[in-house]
Ligand binder design. Sequence first.
Ligand code: C5P
Length: 224
Amino acid sequence: MPKIVIAIDGYSSCGKSTTAKAVAARMGYGYIDTGAMYRAVSLYFIQERVLLTSHRDVMLALENIHIAFKHNPRTGKNETCLNGLNVEEEIRKMYISNIVSEVSAIPEVRWAMVAQQQKMGRRRGVVMDGRDIGTKVFPDAEVKVFMTADTYTRARRRQQELLAKGEMVNLEEIIRNLEKRDLIDTTRAESPLIQAPDAELLDTSYMTIEEQVEWVLELADRKL
Ligand code: C5P
């Protein structure tokens, strides 16, 4: 059976990555979390005090950033590595969420990440989630989903995720962060977050993860 690309784009905390991961597992496909890549770049920029407004600083930093996803036998998951170090936990923290949209709006950062993502999916057989997968990374993806959910539901989900990792953040701060990221992500000049004309809209506000997974699998089934 020919392998396809499944692109899942949309707002933060709509259930994109949980759904994408489960769909990939069910189909025997690879899963690529492109948000993790922008988060890893943000972590590096913070660690190395990269000046976001300096073209030279940014270019130099990008040359020194190597991002990979490695299987961790302890957790059974593919985890994000930055220059050989596992940064999976660190990049999910709130201080990274607070800067990641500014970092990912820098065109040079996007060009570097998009090129890597295209390489990672060149053999197809991948589920990729992000903001510009169906519009920029794989405009020829066979399946395109655009996920949305109401802000309160998204914030509650994000709060639960953070809590599960031991980080307690109040709902207002999370809502402010989601709204700020939405605004930057949808208004940036370079590949802003928009629904591709051929993407199917999925509002997950009142859906369980299982329902979301089934919905995407049925869509994929029709394309295979
Ligand atoms: O998916 P996640 O919430 O981890 O993504 C973090 C941030 O990375 C997003 O808010 C967005 O600014 C950026 N991002 C992006 N393009 C992608 C994936 C993520 O700009 N393909």
